[in-house]
Design a protein around this ligand. Structure first.
Ligand code: HEM
Length: 503
């Protein structure tokens, strides 16, 4: 009797399991004819994961994976599946111009979400805000990045540059310093000063609070790394399970730091011509009941996003630049000569002097090409869009991805793409590639709002370091580069340890 019962139970359970697997299989493959039916070439998907397996298992970083696919398709655009969701990947620079600029009204938002219900502050950052609120917020934030504001921030930046050099000098006895961490300290202190009006003391204490909190923003631990990637690629999952893009410790700290400074400034009626001053003005002008009333987390968001979007990108570009210069002494010597001669013409490293450092500018551009911090750009189509000169319609709701890394390494546009060659950006050569094949800051109305700030900070820090120290490769410097596979930003798996010598 018992044996019959056990056999029956076994058969029932087996049928349930097989039926569930079959239904999941059917469900996971139900869209797989999507691109074929529209005559769009596509990467062959696998049941359950689509084309997402390599990213899900951390075998490759998202930007590099898109570049791998980019090289397999010699067409203006092609399709992939993330789980069972069809995504369009656009390669052709002319079509990119339409999507990012000319026909922006069809693609004004990103796919990426930070869900309001679990991340009230993060969801107010420009990067995540959908339209029409985005248009409203962006126009309010633009004055924070005017030439006048950038020039006035130079004084604050100069102080941090002095701290940076003092820190390097104090640590010269070490064989190498971790360049990414060094410049994360630098960019954290600059942004804390320019956006929060406080000294973050990152160079004075290894456990400085701002820097410790910064480490949580783009956390490389597998769970956080995959959830942040899901925020781009599987927003419905993020909404369903209420997963915040940012660690709540980060958002709570941003609120605390911001309101402390904000209230002190208002009480003392003290002005510093920085971001907080602008936010105070915006709040004073805000009227109760107006759309997107400037209260609560909307007031904190400009400073929070400045920090989150800025410190990682700036430190990454600076660290990768020094890495390249440590293995290419000729380029290093050439740029140092320029820095020294321009600085002596101007008396010191000023805003105008940095503008005159043309070779340094070419170097930063080449670093942005070879190591684009955000190696892909995402948009969502909000209204059916017929691609000009074709019958293909990008349907409303289609996620569109732009493989920045693929474009930046396409030998058609950048011959010998692995070679670090600043001459690509000289006056004679800079028109040799299509404008939309080089997009480290994105393009169009939704491009990086902090691009000029990021560029200026990077040039300033590099000019200070290179004028006083020689950068050398050590036994720990990773050659060739091995990329981190977790997370959605470009990084080095083994860090960027580099040697410094006093000149
Ligand atoms: C070298 C440094 C930087 C790089 C490479 C970089 C790169 C990017 C990229 C690729 C985007 C997406 C653009 C698009 O979708 O078309 C972006 C957006 C953004 N970046 Fe940056 N960024 C840098 C520095 C900064 C800094 C310093 C800030 C500080 C304010 C900042 C704030 C933002 C914001 C707020 C957005 C979203 C803009 C919007 O949706 O309107 N970035 N950045």
């Amino acid at each position: 009797m018992d044996q019959i019962f056990n056999i029956n139970t076994f058969v029932t359970i087996t049928i349930i399991i097989l039926t569930t697997i079959y239904l999941l299989f059917k469900c996971s493959t139900r869209n797989f004819k999507h691109w074929e039916e529209r005559d769009v070439p596509y990467a062959k998907p696998l049941p359950f994961v689509g084309n997402f397996l390599k990213i899900l298992t951390f075998r490759i970083q998202m930007g590099h994976y898109l570049a791998e696919l980019y090289n397999q398709f010699d067409v203006p655009y092609f399709g992939i599946f993330i789980f069972n969701i069809p995504h369009l990947i656009v390669k052709c620079p002319n079509l990119l111009k339409l999507i990012l600029v000319k026909d922006f009204q069809y693609f004004p938002d990103r796919t990426v979400v930070s869900d309001e219900k679990c991340d009230a502050l993060g969801s107010k950052f420009l990067f995540f805000v959908p339209n029409p609120e985005w248009k409203h917020s962006r126009s309010k934030m633009a004055p924070a990045f005017s030439t006048g504001k950038l020039k006035s921030m130079m004084v604050l930046m100069d102080n941090v540059a002095e701290d940076l050099k003092a820190y390097v000098r104090k640590n010269l006895h070490k064989e190498s310093l971790e360049a990414k961490e060094l410049f994360a300290k630098f960019s954290t202190d600059i942004i804390a000063s320019c956006a929060f009006g406080v000294d973050a003391y990152s160079f004075k204490s290894e456990n400085a609070e701002f820097r410790s909190i910064g480490r949580l923003v783009f956390d490389k631990r597998p769970k956080r790394a995959i959830f942040q990637t899901f925020c781009f690629l599987w927003p419905s999952f993020i909404r369903m399970f209420r997963i915040p893009f940012f660690d709540p410790k980060f958002t709570n700290f941003m609120r605390k730091m911001f309101w402390e400074t904000f209230n002190e400034r208002r009480k003392a009626n003290y002005k510093r011509n920085d971001l907080i001053d602008l936010v105070i003005q915006l709040q004073e002008k805000s009227k109760p009941g107006e759309p997107y009333e400037f209260v609560g987390d909307r007031v904190v968001a400009p400073a929070g996003q400045f920090f989150a979007a800025g410190f990682e990108a700036v430190s990454s570009i600076m660290a990768f630049t020094l890495y390249e210069l440590s293995i290419q002494p000729d380029i290093q010597n050439k740029v140092r000569q320029e820095i020294k001669s321009v600085t002596s013409d101007h008396g010191k490293i000023t805003y105008e002097a940095l503008k005159d450092m043309k070779y340094l500018e070419m170097i930063v551009y080449e670093s942005l090409r070879k190591y684009p911090t955000l190696p892909f750009i995402d948009r969502i189509c909000i209204e059916d869009y017929k691609v000009p000169n074709s019958d293909f319609v990008i349907e409303k709701g289609t996620p569109v991805y732009i493989p920045v890394f693929g474009l930046h390494y396409d030998p058609k546009y950048f011959p010998e793409p692995e070679k670090y060659d600043p001459e690509r950006f000289s006056d004679e050569n800079k028109d040799s590639f299509p404008e939309y094949a080089f997009i480290p800051f994105g393009k169009g109305p939704r491009s990086c709002i902090g691009a000029r700030f990021g560029f200026l900070t990077s040039k300033l820090g590099l000019a200070h370091i290179l004028s006083e120290f020689e950068i050398v490769k050590t036994t720990k410097t990773p050659v060739p580069m091995e990329y981190e596979t977790k997370g959605f930003l470009i990084g080095s798996k083994r860090g960027l340890p580099i040697g410094f010598k006093e000149l």
